[in-house]
Design a protein around this ligand. Structure first.
Ligand SMILES: [Fe+2]
Length: 269
């Protein structure tokens, strides 16, 4: 267990870092290794309460390289906080299970954060940008929800299960969101669903669950657009506080130490 069941647990979410083996590489004008390091430096700045764990909701690597995952571990390790990872559409689950599991890192599975249970879901579809929760994962989720009993639950995954109102992003969303939501709706203990993928801030209540998505630690997409339009907002991250009574307090932060020089190209996601 991380934290204590009697007190709230503070977590840091970073998502979609899109790292490369070559740490000088950029997407949309952003050097992803630099922006991730700046996010971590700000989140762990002196005077800021330390998180009990870091949640990384996918798109860790952009170039399918083992070196990108090594770079990820190297960027996170100095903070000496347990890191929980799951795969995004850009990731290679076969590499992640070897390279980001063990020695302070966990790939997939479940966790206990104070009074809460957490389940990390794989939505990766090989070679495709959209997501899918395979039957095996759905069954694992349901078994975990049963095993956690009365605990409030945080479900983490890459592709959010709700429309974000951008036609192009919804087109690469979670294909069988209805099936996942049907499971979640049967378990009132599921109080929060936390994702990435959409590179923007998103928060919507769905029944008993708060569905959240979080800006990337690199480049952002403009909300509510039909086609991909990059957003000039800085890298972002999210704080979560899981209260023992099942409430969640959360806020997105945008990196302060950041300058966007030029509008980056809009031709890639
Ligand atoms: Fe991404």
């Amino acid at each position: 267990m991380i934290g204590s069941p009697d007190t709230s647990v503070r977590l840091l979410q970073v998502t979609d870092p899109h790292l490369f083996g070559d740490e000088t590489r950029k997407i949309y004008g952003v050097t992803t290794a630099v922006s991730l390091r700046k996010v971590l430096a700000e989140a762990f700045a002196p005077g800021t309460p330390r998180p009990a764990a870091i949640l990384v909701t996918g798109d860790v690597a952009d170039d399918h390289s083992a070196a990108a995952y090594d770079n990820f571990r190297r960027a996170l390790r100095p903070y000496d906080v347990p890191v929980f990872c799951l795969p995004g559409n850009h990731d290679e689950p076969g590499l992640m299970v070897d390279l980001v599991d063990g020695d302070g890192f966990q790939y997939g599975g479940t966790a206990v954060f104070g009074a809460w249970g957490a389940v990390f879901i794989d939505t990766h579809v090989p070679g495709r940008p959209e997501g899918r929760v395979e039957q095996k994962e759905l069954s694992r989720l349901e078994l975990a929800l049963q095993a956690f009993g009365d605990r409030p639950i945080l479900v983490c995954l890459h592709h959010p299960p709700l429309s974000v109102g951008s036609a192009w992003l919804d087109g690469v969303g979670l294909r069988n969101a209805k099936e996942l939501l049907a499971v979640i709706e049967r378990y009132p203990t599921v109080r929060a669903v936390l994702g990435g993928h959409v590179h923007q801030e998103f928060e919507r209540r769905h029944g008993h669950s708060l569905v959240l998505a979080t800006p990337s630690t690199c480049a952002q997409f403009t909300p509510l657009t039909e086609h991909c339009v990059m957003d000039l907002r800085p890298p972002g991250y999210r704080w979560l506080e899981l209260l023992p009574d099942g409430q969640v307090r959360t806020e997105v932060r945008w990196l302060q130490d950041w300058e966007v020089a030029d509008r980056p190209p809009d031709d890639r996601f």
